[in-house]
Design a protein around this ligand. Structure first.
Ligand SMILES: [Zn+2]
Ligand SMILES: [Zn+2]
Length: 317
């Protein structure tokens, strides 16, 4: 089968590999589409960092709710399934350490059955990959945890795919969404997804938001997120940041009562709401701007890295 190899953010290629064999408790999925996530750009050379895919079940153990031939989405994170956190639907906190599944930019992938996501009848593969992965999962879990009301002001800093997903989900919930992003194409896409107003870097923001969602992980942007949050409001850290930053506990948290929290993926318990929103007409496909055949993976990555795109999908079959 074909499988992607990541060399650097603007250099990927395909290699031929043997098809993976499913172990006990695993399913074999023939990948129809995979999607590129911003976090992949930090992958290690030689890896296949794909972790968003949808396809057709080819092999499945006895006694599951899935059948050979079903179209499924694939979740990137599974837990042990038996610890208290997994049993309450939050495999992200699995006490035996959640497993993260990659290798999904390929013709076939094997994953535990608990990674499979059943799709509503007739869902195209290019929607299934958006519904079952980071694209809808991250913003829907954030909304389940930190709901916003009609007319609440939400400020989103950074409009990569995750920032665009937050824009879509919050706009749909009736919040007024504002966003800051240097790419003009992505600002325009945010407006198409329902944002009220978008700003270029350095433009004056003369209001404060009830909820600020920081999607860049850049220290200066995290400081801006705290500065743009109203007293009593919340800052959600959605962009990864492994460096240490300075904050003032007295000024930011004690005097202004700001809540600072984070989130990285979705939990099993969030999936029914993700499907409900899709069935209710959430236009998740508006985020899909580019779909290329697997033979053009290098071009798919190039378009993603250019920041002119929303969600970029690779078609395998
Ligand atoms: Zn991701
Ligand atoms: Zn567990």
């Amino acid at each position: 089968m074909r499988s992607l190899v990541f060399h650097s953010r603007d250099n990927v290629s395909l290699v031929e590999k043997p098809r993976p064999e499913s172990a006990d408790g695993e399913a074999l999925v023939r990948v129809e589409v995979s999607a590129i996530c911003g976090s992949e750009l930090e992958a290690s050379p030689g890896s296949n960092p794909g972790h968003e895919s949808a396809g057709i079940v080819e092999q499945i153990p006895e006694g599951t709710s899935f059948n050979v031939g079903d179209r499924v989405g694939v979740s990137a994170v599974t837990g042990c399934g038996v610890c208290p956190e997994c049993l309450r639907g939050v495999q992200l906190f699995c006490e035996r350490t959640p497993r993260i599944h990659t290798e999904m930019h390929a013709d076939y992938v094997t994953v535990p059955v608990s990674a499979l996501r059943a799709m509503p009848d007739g869902t195209p593969a290019s929607h299934a990959v958006l519904i079952s992965g980071d694209t809808l999962g991250v913003p829907v879990r954030a909304q389940n945890r930190l709901p916003t009301k009609h007319h609440d002001r939400v400020l989103i800093i950074g409009l990569g795919p995750v920032g665009l997903g937050h824009t879509l989900v919050r706009s749909h919930s009736g919040a007024e969404v504002f966003a800051i992003e240097p790419s003009r194409a992505r600002r325009e896409l945010a407006l198409a997804l329902g944002a009220t107003q978008v700003f270029d870097l350095g433009e004056q923001i003369d209001f404060k938001a009830n909820l600020v969602i920081e999607c860049t992980g850049i220290p200066a942007c995290i400081k801006q997120a705290l500065a743009c949050c109203e007293s009593g409001g919340t800052v959600l850290q959605s962009g990864e940041c492994e460096t240490h930053i300075e904050v003032s506990p007295s000024e930011d948290f004690i005097r202004r009562e700001i809540t600072y929290t984070g989130g990285w993926y979705y939990a099993d318990e969030d999936f029914p709401e993700m499907v409900r929103l899709y069935k209710a007409g959430l236009p998740v496909d508006t985020m899909l701007t580019d779909e290329l055949p697997a033979s053009e993976v290098a071009e798919a990555y190039r378009r993603f890295v250019s920041k002119e795109s929303g969600k970029v999908v690779i078609r395998w079959s």
